[in-house]
Every structure is written in structure tokens, then in C-alpha cells.
Ligand binder design. Structure first.
Ligand SMILES: [Zn+2]
Length: 198
């Protein structure tokens, strides 16, 4: 991919929408009304609108490495506030994925200096070693990471103040199959329930 590809793909994008509706972009510029706030990983393979084929206007998205909810992250806090107070989203989707490099680096205790400013938060999201007999496969770690962020989000001051009635959903995108596994809050294991305080 190069800059020419970027331009060509944008031309295709415009053509696709204008073919379906010549006033598509006129309508788009009038405002957004997304139902989802999505917190996703920065990984180039897991774009939330790409994997769900969501049209423009339906997902307000915040991305960082390993989809972390960090209370002191002002960028996330402002986005969360805006999504809840002004956009009035119905759902907050924490969208993790398998083969997450951030999760793996944290679990393997990576100590590369340039990464630690953020990786320290991901390390805090990992299960305690030896606390359970669970065998922590990369998939399980990624799911655990999502569950931790769901719990953190429930306790986030902005969510506490403005999030009443807004459902927190977890999901894991499986790179091996392309499947997005949305965790049904009704269908969690006992351990998961306990962890999330349901
Ligand atoms: Zn990732």
C-alpha cells in the first residue's frame, strides 16, 4: 500500500456511497447519531467498522493498544463524556481481539522502555499468576483483558455519573475465523459474573 492506494481507495469509497445515494455526503455532514461507543485495540487488523461492516455514523470509536480503560486517560474520559452526554449512545462496546500483541507483551513481561508508559496499564489488566489453576492461553488472556476493562468502565467516574441505562458489552474478535464473539451478559460463567460484579 502506498499513497496512491490511499487516494484510489477513497475514490472507490465515495463512488460506492454516491452510487447508492447522490446526496449521501450531504446527509452525512448534517450530524452523527451513533448507538455505539466502541473501545478497541489499535491493531491494524481489527477495525470495528471494518469487521462489522458498519456504515459511517454508527460507531463513535476510541482506540488504544490493548483496548484499555485507564481512569487518568483524559482523551478517553472526554470521549466517554461526549458519547454519553451529547451523543447519548445506547451501548459501550469493549472490543478486544485474539493474538493481541499488547496483551501478549504484558503477559510476557516485556520491558522495552519505549512501551512501558502504556504497557504498565495492560500489565495491570492481566490475571494474577498462580491465583487460579486456569491455563492462560492467548485467547483466554484477551477475553480476560476485555472483562477487566468492562469492570473498570463500570467504575469510571464519567460512566458512574452519566452512564445510567447504557449497557456495557464485551466482545472478542477472533482473527483466526473472523468471528466477533459478543459476550451475552445473560450467558456469563459463574467466574465471569463474579468478576464483573453481576
Ligand atoms: Zn491488540
Amino acid at each position: 500500500m502506498d499513497i496512491e492506494d490511499l487516494k484510489r481507495k477513497n475514490i472507490n469509497f465515495r463512488k460506492k456511497w454516491l452510487d447508492t445515494d447522490p446526496s449521501y455526503f450531504e446527509k452525512l455532514q448534517q450530524g452523527q447519531d451513533p448507538d455505539f461507543l466502541v473501545l478497541a485495540c489499535s491493531d491494524s487488523r481489527v477495525g470495528p467498522t471494518t469487521v462489522t461492516e458498519m456504515e459511517p455514523g454508527h460507531m463513535f470509536i476510541h482506540r488504544n493498544v490493548a483496548n484499555q480503560v485507564v481512569e487518568g486517560d483524559e482523551s478517553f474520559a472526554a470521549g466517554l463524556y461526549y458519547a454519553l452526554v451529547h451523543l447519548k449512545v445506547k451501548y459501550i462496546l469493549i472490543n478486544g481481539h485474539t493474538n493481541c500483541g499488547g496483551v501478549q507483551a504484558a503477559w510476557e513481561n516485556n520491558d522495552e522502555e519505549g512501551l512501558q508508559g502504556w504497557l504498565k496499564y495492560v500489565k495491570d489488566s492481566m490475571p494474577e499468576r498462580g491465583a487460579t489453576t486456569e491455563e492462560w492461553t492467548p485467547e483466554k488472556l484477551s477475553k480476560f483483558n476485555v472483562m477487566v476493562q468492562m469492570k473498570r468502565l463500570q467504575k469510571h467516574p464519567v460512566y458512574q455519573k452519566h452512564g445510567e441505562g447504557v449497557q456495557i458489552i464485551g466482545a472478542l474478535f477472533d482473527l483466526k475465523t473472523g468471528n466477533l464473539d459478543v459476550f451475552d451478559p445473560e450467558n456469563l460463567t459463574e467466574e465471569e459474573r463474579e468478576m464483573l460484579g453481576y
